[in-house]
Design a protein around this ligand. Sequence first.
Ligand code: HEC
Length: 163
Amino acid sequence: MKKILILSASIYLLSSCGNSSKPNEEQGNQQTPKSMLESSSNENPSYDPKRGEGKFTEEGLALKPGLDANMAISGDKIQGVKCASCHKLTDEKLVGPGWKGVTSRRKPEWIMNFITNPDPMIDKDPEVQAQYELCLVRMPDQGLTDDDARHILEFMRQNDAAK
Ligand code: HEC
């Protein structure tokens, strides 16, 4: 009996890490009162859970439609060295959540801020906190330059565009 309990608990952990966010939440009905959204459990009113915390903004990034293949190749190289030990490219959890779908779960500026500045966001972002509780590892700051981060973002967009 005990074994079964432990087994089902670990299956729960494996399957839920990384799936805590609702993909359509941010595109959701603008009329939905904030108090009904999951992210309203935000205890830091100054923290913007859509943008995260850091220097990157939607305007600053000014992403164009379409992918830059060279940036994505460079991003792939960097993630192979600095990220792949913890993140798969599928939706499967390794140490951290799988990357498939991350560019629809998160805004590009959120991803850029998080990967260059994870510490304050792990402390403040309600959805990262939920992932942290499931993954039980704090994502380390990998010392990415702005260019590294931008190239990894392009690689993630390419990974999500591919079937
Ligand atoms: C030691 C393991 C580890 C390494 C290395 C690591 N991460 Fe993470 N990452 C995590 C964990 C664990 C989480 C979940 C949040 C938490 O617990 O801190 C996470 C979360 C994320 C998220 C949010 C995912 C989502 O679904 O919202 C992104 C994006 C991310 N990591 C990108 C990166 C990038 C880019 C690198 C490489 C530069 C990297 N990570 C390296 C462990 C790691």
